[in-house]
Write a protein that binds this ligand. Structure first.
Ligand code: AGP
Length: 612
């Protein structure tokens, strides 16, 4: 949830930390701080506010300092105040700690440290216990002290610790929260996420759960929990630095929406055999016999990824003939799900670090089920712990509101449905071939939706929508998950209260809320339920609701009934959600702009939810 950067080398550490924290700011926004190692002491500078505020307060000072750690915080334990900002220090101020995660037993540790060991606490955070614990165990070797301290701790952590007594050395520890070490020439850098490293190096070593690292400008040594030195392979990052920046757009979200045709294409690439026209997911170690035996699939995810899962259910049931249950991960993990043999769990997570999704994955594996992960981040916890991984090749997604990752999750689910369906003999080869052809045509159709003409139409509609505090999204069949995702996107970044309903549910309650002019965004892309949805639109019209319909070109009856219509390029009905999602993303974007809200960093939210 928070952002972590540590540097040791020959350059000005504060500038490198600030630059890295800016790249990670999307992970935690309420406060920021650095601890710099200088002349046998630690210089701490931290406050509630943004990284830019921190940069101002440093005011170009500390030019000669070449070692330090920095942090951006998203509050979990303790309010966003100056005192609660990281780094946290030991009583002597000789040890400073930055931490991402949650120390679950911090109450009892704090009590022990205060009452029995005489430590003085300055903050309300769980993290501060770590600084005092390390101090308690310090006997001249920081690595050993961190190892002893973490042995007392229950919970999750990515930690970087420095001591004024050990110049040039950073000590790291990881449990259930990511830490990646970037390798340089005469310098090394550690961070909780890749964008903070890219300006410096592409060579990395990933720290695994239960491991520790000792980092100096010349060396990176990784140890297991018993203190054994490990040999870790170098992992080369292929992302372009530009890919992690805005690329000329006003917001990451808009840039990421615009990248969708490429992201969709990339996710299909190498998974569709152009010669045979067949989906080939042999990269997954699932054999035909296993797939034929499958009796049920459980899809587990959170937020937007959960909405992708709802569409996944419909397409897998339709194309592969396998019953699918979809669960929100935070419910799944606590509801004692009936997991049996011949079942498969599919977890979906853009970041691959969502705590509840990871817990659901672990629970499923404990119960002996195979887990297939759909994720966007290579080397993420989900990708490393799942039995099989199908990566979405969306590239780094920085905006909190997920767009391109969502669309590529849908593509991954179509690929799975077609592949499983063909192997199981549920999908006729000619039906599969037609679907594949139509899938491959999606990027071009997406480009049309992203044309300036479409954008200006949506901008105009959002001028109306932005003056309302409440809106509805409705749809039937596979339009319904798109409606759910559209409503989530709108509330997430424009702060308009938006609700999605299966259109047939309107008359069972929500119709009471339809008043003159209220915005209702109706998804009507499915021929099978076209007339039914049209009737629902008429019910809204009759009560004065202002319907904006998202439909397919050629569905002319909609245009007769509704004032504002956005027509998608014609598409095979089952694939329509991939196109229909895009105008809903743009509606959220332009409405947020019109209301002046913070598009890329909505209040109270973070990109990667690594705590429960
Ligand atoms: C998306 O717009 C949201 N910010 C959020 O719902 C997100 O999809 C959810 O937290 C799951 O994240 P993940 O895909 O990284 O697991």
């Amino acid at each position: 949830m928070c952002g972590i950067v540590g540097y040791t080398g020959a350059k000005k550490a504060s500038a490198i930390l600030i630059e890295g924290l800016k790249k990670l700011e999307y992970r935690g926004y309420d406060s920021a701080g650095v601890a710099l190692q200088h002349d046998g002491r630690l210089v701490i500078n931290k406050a509630a506010g943004s990284v830019a505020d921190l940069e101002k307060s440093l005011d170009g000072n500390y030019k000669s300092i070449k070692v330090g750690i920095g942090h951006t915080r998203w509050a979990t334990h303790g309010r966003p105040t100056d005192e609660n900002a990281h780094p946290h220090c030991s009583c002597s101020e000789e040890i400073a700690v930055i931490h991402n995660g949650i120390i679950e037993n911090h109450h009892s540790l704090r009590q022990w440290l205060k009452e029995d060991a005489g430590h003085n606490f300055r903050s309300e955070t769980d993290t501060e216990v770590l600084a005092h614990l390390v101090e308690e165990y310090y006997e001249g070797d920081l690595l050993e002290a961190v190892r002893k301290a973490t042995a007392k701790v229950e919970g999750s952590y990515a930690l970087v610790v420095i001591s004024s007594r050990e110049p040039g050395r950073l000590i790291c520890a990881r449990q259930d929260s990511p830490l990646i070490i970037g390798l340089g020439e005469g310098e090394n850098i550690v961070a909780s996420d890749i964008p903070a490293l890219l300006a410096h190096t592409r060579k990395t070593k990933v720290l695994e759960d239960g491991e520790f690292a000792s980092i100096t400008p010349e060396n990176v040594d990784i140890f297991n929990s018993e203190g054994k030195l490990l040999n870790r392979e170098i992992f080369e990052i292929t992302w372009d630095i530009e890919a992690a920046e805005k690329g000329g757009y006003d917001h990451f979200m808009l840039k990421e929406i615009m990248e969708q045709p490429a992201a969709v294409k990339e996710t299909m690439r190498q998974r569709i055999n152009t010669a045979s026209g067949k989906v080939d997911l042999s990269e997954l170690g699932l054999n035909g016999e296993e797939l034929t035996r499958l009796e049920k699939i459980h899809i587990v995810a959170c937020g937007t990824a959960y909405h992708a899962g709802l569409l996944g259910k419909a397409v897998i049931e339709e194309l592969a003939g396998i019953p699918v249950e979809v669960d929100v991960a935070s419910e799944f993990r606590y509801r004692n799900p009936l997991l049996k043999e011949n079942q498969l769990v599919v977890v979906i997570s853009q970041s691959g670090e969502t705590a509840d999704t990871l817990a659901a994955l672990r629970l499923s594996r404990q119960k002996g089920l195979k887990v297939l992960a759909i994720t966007n981040v290579v080397g993420s916890s989900v990708s490393r712990e799942a039995d099989e991984v199908l990566y979405t090749w969306a590239g780094p997604e920085i905006a909190v509101a997920s767009t391109k990752a969502y669309l590529t999750q849908l593509i991954a689910l179509y690929l799975i449905a077609i592949y499983f369906g063909e192997i199981r003999g549920n999908l006729a080869p000619e039906t599969a071939a037609k679907l594949v052809k139509n899938l491959r045509a999606l990027p071009e159709k997406l480009k049309k939706i992203l044309s300036e003409e479409s954008l200006s139409k949506l901008r105009k509609y959002c001028d109306h929508l932005s003056s309302w505090d409440s809106a509805f999204f409705v749809g039937r069949n596979i339009d319904y998950p798109v409606a759910l995702e559209g409503a989530l996107k709108l509330k997430e970044i424009s702060y308009i209260h938006a609700e999605a309903y299966a259109a047939g549910e309107l008359k069972h309650g929500p119709l009471a809320l339809i008043v003159e002019g209220i915005p209702v965004i109706a998804l009507i892309t499915q021929k099978a339920v076209f007339e039914k949805t049209l009737s629902n639109i008429q019910e809204v019209n009759a009560r004065g609701g202002a319907v904006f319909a998202i439909t397919q070109e050629g569905f002319n009856d909609v245009t007769k009934q509704v004032e504002s219509v956005f027509s998608l390029p014609p598409v095979e009905d089952i694939l329509a959600p991939v196109l229909a999602a895009v105008p809903t993303q743009l509606i959220a974007y332009y409405t947020a702009l019109a209301r002046g809200s913070s598009v890329d960093k909505p209040r109270n939210l973070a990109k990667s939810v690594t705590v429960e």
